[in-house]
Design a protein around this ligand. Sequence first.
Ligand SMILES: [Zn+2]
Ligand SMILES: [Zn+2]
Length: 310
Amino acid sequence: MNRAGAGKNPPRCSVCGKPAVFFQRHTGRHLCGEHLGADIEERVAETIRSEKMIAPGDQVTIALSGGKDSTALLMILSRLLPLWEDVRLSALTIDEGILGYREDTIRSADNLVKRFKIAHHTISFRELFSGTLDDLLKGRETEACSICGILRRKALTTGAGRAGATKLATGHNLDDEAQSVLMNVLRGDLPRLVRNSGVDSSGLFIPRIKPLMHISEKEIATYLMVHGMWEELPECPYARYALRREVRTMLGNLEYRHPGTMLRLMESRKKIETRCAGMEQDPIRHCRECGDPCSGETCQLCLLKHSLGR
Ligand SMILES: [Zn+2]
Ligand SMILES: [Zn+2]
């Protein structure tokens, strides 16, 4: 996890001199639990400010899976809440129906919202698509992540609508986002590379915000440990099929040998996004079957439903 604490003379915090718990490779600083927490919370507040993610009057709904990232997101946003004027928080949990995986994370999400006294909404695949992910996937396990992604998107927008959300916050961290940049490049998907889902001029979508986009997976894990919130949770059983896993290993190696690689990938995306900002976008159309906004004639969800025979 980190080198702090190894050997007889554990490194000291670069800020206060107390024993360090984390070595922040990209800045070369050792940090104690308190100063790692303060650094992370400040950086999240700065990301929210500079990307204009939250405005007065917002009802921010956190997509809470109960896993590490969304747990940290809920804790950090709760702590930062007093900074913002007239902003409310709620949480939304999706039950995809993945046997041996979801039960634990849903229990963890329940405990968390009780502890932080946050309104909690849940929505299930069974209710929306008359079947659990396990039922729907039979024989198509290798496509699990893309199928689940399409279904989750629908579940998130429906659930966020019910929760009265004006912003939907997800726990995507620096590692996730850097992986996505690289994956979109590898797939040649430029529109997705530059699409900023945090702003919506059409009024058709609830904007998605990713306040942890500059915080690494290791920082989040250490943050949870420092606050006694670390819990070993099972990994999604379908994750082994994903291309993301290979990209993750590759980027992990690059980041280790060249600290700051992931942050620089994010800067690259930002620069491309800025350059593309004024350019003409494909018009938003409506699915001819369900009426949801989409880019083609029929939305991905309707196409998927046909292929699943639902
Ligand atoms: Zn310190
Ligand atoms: Zn449709």
